[in-house]
Design a protein around this ligand. Sequence first.
Ligand code: HEM
Length: 379
Amino acid sequence: MTPPIKFFRAIIRCSKKMIKAGRGKTIDAVREVLDPPDVDMHALLQMRARANRSLDQVLGITSTFASEDERTHEEDIGRVERLLSVVNLETTGWRRLVKVADRSVFHFLPTSSCEFATFIRCVTFHTWVVGVLNPDDPHNRELQHVDLTVEQITNAIFEFSEHGQTNVSPTQIHNILGQWVTGREDDPDYRAINLVFPLYDKLWRLVAATVICAQRYPVSRNPLLDFCENPTRRQFAISMGGSGDPSAADVVNEVLRLYPPIEQISRPYGLPRWQAMLKCHVQTADIKAVQEYDEGGSRMPEPREFMPERWQNEIKPAMFAFGEGKLRCPAHGWVPAAAALIAAKVMDGIDGVRLRMERPSGGGDTRYNWEGWTVRRVR
Ligand code: HEM
């Protein structure tokens, strides 16, 4: 008979293997977690809703991110497509958005100093709500202080996103967003929070990471500033320098590769118990790790370095920042240009003369590249 100690060691070895098996780090494994073959839409939505239970419980979110209902999914995708069709780069909505982003930066620039991340959250939230969710308002509208300020609301959303809870009650958040997001006559019962979280939350993180990369790697400054001056689809894609210089699109792609706003996606599989034992109950797609490989599955040279020019190679880096397959982000074609626009307006506003960005004093590794940075007015 196996002595008990050996038996327990065997169990620990087996569980370690199972945990490892549950983390997809290769392109095929990540694809299989995000878009498993033979799993229908309903089952996929069910898995995601199960992983996102706190969205509904804490924030009262009822969108497809927290629902297993296929009809909710279809309606939400339709809503996003309609919203984005008004602000895509060829429209007057986009030209209006450019002005809104400009004003939002101006509005939130500090009179003396502020935390960089707080500033970016306010600017992105304001641009998103006034520029995208309220397309019929005047572009120079400012969100009025009702009950809580933009900074307080964005802090509450950040707290929730980081720790799964916030001290601000969902009712208070719904009331305020209900007043700020107008023009929903066709859809009066749809909660405004569904149009804000998690959509804006991912956008501000990308904007923040982009501004920091532009600050740290001068090669990415000019493409973004050129796009700021001429915010067209053509300008977004072309490189203005010599051959090998990156375009604004290359810069944002490289930011998404190294700093994906969603680093991992976990899906709790509703497998029968015996299969769950073999396959692991929760499968995780490690997006940040797999983006160190190229599309062909080879690990890239210097995968942790910021090198936007690698996007000009024939074989591109693997990109899963927007998910994969049936649940892939419907905003993936719009988000990079929108993030580049807001980031470039911020860089234009913090000109280094009247205002400048200051690095965290301690140095050292932080979870996010924007942690500890501040914006300071030069006296
Ligand atoms: C940096 C910004 C963004 C990133 C990185 C991002 C990333 C993602 C990812 C990874 C998913 C897949 C989730 C999953 O498989 O469970 C997703 C889904 C989704 N995203 Fe985004 N997203 C961003 C911004 C946005 C924005 C601005 C919108 C709205 C305009 C949006 C709308 C959606 C919707 C509706 C889904 C659900 C798709 C479905 O269920 O079929 N996203 N996004």
